[in-house]
Design a binder for this molecule. Structure first.
Ligand code: CTP
Ligand code: CA
Length: 222
């Protein structure tokens, strides 16, 4: 599946994992990203000789060899760390970034009141890291997004490709047994801004990482 094109001399920034948005000191809003896909991409890129910065949300994964890892927790922290890692030749946004976060985390534990049978949390939109990278004065030559969808996968993925001005978007269906979040395997359909479509897998995330890097390397060396 892989031709293992060299990425020597190139700098890649990869984001991976979930973000946690704190509600109070003991509670947060998170999501089901394991970080495996992004970590696999970062590790594979380093093995091909790239200089890799991996901005990781809260995950329990070892740092791949020769990768510079920056740990973050929230979407706001991830936004800051990713932009601080530019300029780069490519950005691969594999993180599952929270779309909304509590406007402010409570400084002490929120207590329920006697007789209280519901509660309302006000959430505010987070900034779109991928769109901001694609719009940045130091825009990487290749900006790659992911789209995990439960339905209308192609239409939603193509919409994000265009709206966020990406070069590639790797789409997958989530919710099926054995693929997507938390799993070691996945299947991706990659849509390119130039119209190309590539079906990758089903395969191990490590193999998919290599196949995706081939597409990126091709475009970086064109
Ligand atoms: N993304 C990002 N910053 C955000 C939200 C999403 O960088 N605040 C990135 C993700 O890392 C992913 C891509 O955008 O690469 C698509 O994420 P997804 O959640 O599928 O798309 P959204 O644009 O957030 O749309 P929605 O969740 O409504 O489907
Ligand atoms: Ca989202």
């Amino acid at each position: 599946m892989s031709t293992s094109a060299s990425l020597s001399g190139l700098r890649l920034v990869v984001s991976a994992g979930p973000t946690y948005e704190d509600i109070d000191p003991v509670r947060f809003i998170g999501n089901r990203s394991s970080g495996k896909m992004g970590f696999a991409i970062a590790g594979a890129a380093a093995r091909r000789g790239a200089q890799v910065v991996l901005v990781a949300g809260p995950v329990s994964l070892p740092t791949p060899a020769d990768v510079q890892r920056v740990d973050v927790r929230s979407a706001a922290q991830m936004h800051e760390a990713v932009l601080a890692a530019l300029p780069a030749d490519a950005y691969i946004g594999a993180a599952a970034v929270a779309d909304f976060a509590p406007a402010q985390a409570a400084s002490s534990k929120i207590k329920k009141q006697a007789g209280q049978d519901s509660m309302t949390l006000t959430l505010v939109r987070t900034r779109d890291i991928l769109a901001d990278v694609a719009d940045h004065p130091h825009r990487p030559r290749i900006v790659v997004g992911f789209a995990a969808e439960t339905d209308h996968v192609e239409a939603y993925a193509r919409g994000k490709l265009e709206k966020k001005r990406l070069d590639l978007i790797a789409a997958n269906r989530v919710g099926m047994a054995g693929t997507g979040f938390e799993s070691d395997d996945n299947a991706l359909t990659v849509y390119a801004a130039d119209g190309a479509v590539h079906a990758l897998g089903p395969a191990a995330k490590t193999q998919l990482a290599d196949a995706l890097l081939d597409l990126i390397a091709q475009r970086l060396t064109e």
